[in-house]
Ligand binder design. Structure first.
Ligand code: HPA
Ligand code: ZN
Length: 342
């Protein structure tokens, strides 16, 4: 299974760049930027990661990213993630970034996006990794602030493939951002939104995503399984669901393997992703391996999930096809080989 997971070319559709900031990197950037932290070692940083739900995670996530100050810091953050991704044979990423988490600390939008974009160009050239950025709005900030950031992004429209919605969901439904997302759609952006697991009004939020916002994808979206009508709509429209098993194990105490299986059985495009791998201590391959080890996912199921990420990604069909052909070629070899050995 480990060799199969490594050999398959993979896509990641739900990873927050700020959530890839490793403890060692937090310490190095703090030193470079003369910021004092209450931690002397990476072990001490890790020991402080005691989140048990979304709000307790977000507190540490925002505290960690405060060390990011300069364009070079954003370059280093993104390039370090791209190197890790390429090493596990991820060939395509649609990563999130959270500009408001930086502009609210006095860092300019241009500083953030220029650093990330430069890393993206270098990752394509040096690592053969392809990437399209998704700009997320923080849903616990105002719709006016989201609109301002949408305006700030427009000069960079060609660098950003879509917009998303993240941060604390409680009391912050998709409909709060209906005008922002309508304008983003007009500007040509693809649309996605987090519907985190077991939030207040999760089902209502998914309903709004589908009926009011007309999203192209849903991030997490596990609670859609509570409604046959919503499941049918998601399957019918071919909407991808970016599930994050190890993140779910932290935030709701469950790898959600059964839920992923139910989605596949209903013809919904479930995909597997890492969310915030430096915090949840698991990158994409670790998430796939966890499903195999702890939820008995078979090689065929893993291949389906890996294929789904390319089907649900926002590349044009002619660019998806070579990846799908390669997956099928590798999967056939592995599954036949293991069949013979058995
Ligand atoms: N949910 C909401 N906000 C976030 C997440 C998440 O999974 N990760 C980083 N910000
Ligand atoms: Zn997320």
């Amino acid at each position: 299974m480990e060799a199969l997971i490594k050999a398959l070319p993979k896509a990641e559709l739900h990873v927050h760049l700020e959530g890839t900031l490793e403890p060692e990197h937090i310490l190095a950037l703090a030193e470079r930027n003369h910021i004092s932290l209450p931690y002397a070692s990476a072990e001490e940083v890790l020991a402080a990661y005691d989140f048990t739900d979304l709000p307790s995670f977000l507190k540490l996530y925002y505290a960690g990213m405060a060390v990011l100050q300069t364009e070079q810091d954003f370059y280093d953050l993104a390039f370090a993630y791209f190197e890790k991704a390429a090493a596990e044979n991820i060939v395509y990423v649609e990563p999130f970034f959270d500009p408001q988490a930086h502009t609210s600390r006095g860092i300019s939008f241009d500083t953030v996006i220029n650093g990330i974009y430069r890393a993206q160009l270098d990752a394509a050239a040096m690592l053969g990794l392809k990437c399209n950025l998704i700009m997320c709005f923080l849903r616990d900030m105002s719709a006016e602030s989201a609109m301002q950031h949408l305006e700030l992004s427009l000069p960079y429209r060609q660098w950003i493939i879509g917009v998303g919605l993240d941060s604390d969901e409680k009391g912050n439904p998709p409909s709060k951002f209906a005008a922002v997302f309508a304008k983003a759609r007009k500007a040509g952006y693809k649309l996605t939104m987090h519907c985190d697991v077991n939030q207040d009004n999760s089902l209502q939020h998914i309903h709004e995503c589908l009926h009011k916002i007309d999203v192209d994808r849903i991030d997490h979206g596990i609670n859609s399984l509570e409604s046959d009508e919503l499941c049918e709509l998601i399957a019918e429209r071919g909407i991808g669901l970016t599930v994050c098993p190890v993140s779910n194990r932290f935030c709701v105490n469950d790898l959600t393997g059964n839920e992923i299986r139910k989605m596949l059985a209903k013809g919904m495009f479930a995909t597997v992703n890492s969310d915030d791998p430096a915090y949840f201590r698991a990158y994409l391959s670790d998430n796939l391996q966890a499903l195999a080890d702890d939820a008995a996912f078979t090689a065929e199921e893993i291949v389906t999930l890996v294929r789904n990420s390319f089907l649900a990604c926002w590349l044009p069909d002619f660019l998806k096809r070579p990846y799908l052909l390669r997956i099928d070629h590798i999967a056939n070899k592995f599954i036949q080989t293991s069949g013979v050995a058995a």
